[in-house]
Design a protein around this ligand. Structure first.
Ligand SMILES: O=C(O)[C@H](O)[C@H](O)COP(=O)(O)O
Length: 303
């Protein structure tokens, strides 16, 4: 497998690389920022690409925020972006449920293991849901709960899907309810299955780690609708009409972002080393996923 091209400090190489593409799909956590800490020169890079007529799409697996929430974050961090340029895993899951799965109402209700970003995107697609940020579920399970889950009186007969995402309020009660729906035959979906969440320049359990207890209990994986799922790439191509050959995926995580671009047969992939993976993960023989090029940090594209 060809070695990736190192572009940091290579002005001519950067120009040549950028000129190959009309569109850039940007991962967010680990590429643009860590939490609320913007990496150096990110606004300048995005502005430079826009000034050269490039189409930008922000493709994030972080299901805690809706597109509107991300637009607020971009504004707060001084990043020029339009809400329609954001395509998150919650939106991808909502589109899949409403337009692809499209279970016949009323059996299309979703039990959410996740935050308000998922709820907002389900609402944007008129998909009914329960669970999520419901405060009545943020408590210890009781003997009465065990009985009511077991006899079904606590469950909603219209729930046909369990959607698992990054949930900062996960607890045994919510897992027990989700598990009960899965045992009743509900479809098992995940916004994404990232093992870790890059935050505050460190790593924390990711969406995949939050949903792992359900995978263990039910004995099967969820269908993930975030990167590297090609259902997400197809939805992005359909919405933004990008030419895959002239599109580049920019990411920090090999097994989601870069794999997403390679499996999507995009014209190129660029890894930045400010997030999950580092250059040691892509240099040398026998590496499973290798980007076309890499830089130390996104700001290096300013040459
Ligand atoms: O655990 C997660 O959900 C992910 O680590 C996180 O949200 C990834 O976000 P992205 O890097 O795709 O913006």
């Amino acid at each position: 497998m060809a070695q990736p091209k190192y572009l940091t400090g290579d002005k001519a190489g950067i120009e040549e690389f950028i000129d190959k593409f009309d569109a850039f799909l940007f991962d967010c956590d680990g590429v643009l920022w860590s939490g609320d800490h913007l990496f150096p020169k990110v606004p300048e890079v995005l502005e430079m690409l826009r000034s050269r007529g490039k189409q930008l799409v922000f493709v994030t697996n972080n299901s805690t925020k809706s597109r509107a929430d991300y637009k607020k974050k971009f504004d707060k961090l001084g990043i020029p972006a339009k809400v329609d340029e954001v395509f998150g895993s919650s939106y991808s899951a909502a589109i899949y449920i409403s337009r692809i799965l499209s279970l016949p109402p009323p059996k299309n209700k979703v039990f959410v293991l996740g935050e308000s970003g998922i709820e907002a995107e389900l609402e944007s697609e008129n998909v009914p849901y329960v669970g999520g940020t419901d405060p009545s579920l943020r408590r210890d399970i009781t003997p009465e709960d065990f009985a009511a889950i077991a006899d079904g009186s606590m469950l909603d007969d219209d729930v046909g899907v369990v959607l698992s995402g990054l949930d900062f309020h996960v607890n045994y009660l919510k897992l027990a309810i989700a598990f009960a729906y899965l045992r009743r035959g509900a479809q098992f979906l995940a916004t994404n299955t990232d093992s870790t969440l890059p935050m505050a320049h460190a790593f924390f359990p990711g969406a995949g780690s939050v949903g792992a207890p359900l995978v263990k209990a039910i004995g099967r994986e969820a269908l993930a609708l975030g990167k590297p799922s090609q259902a997400m790439m197809d939805a992005i191509e359909g919405k933004f009409k990008v030419d895959r050959e002239k599109t580049c995926m920019v990411g920090d995580r090999l097994n989601t972002d870069i794999q997403f671009g390679i499996e999507g047969k995009l014209g190129g992939t660029l890894m930045v080393c400010t997030g999950v993976n580092s250059k040691e993960d892509i240099l040398g023989e026998g590496k499973p996923v290798v980007p076309a090029a890499y830089v130390d940090s996104l700001g290096d594209l300013m040459g």
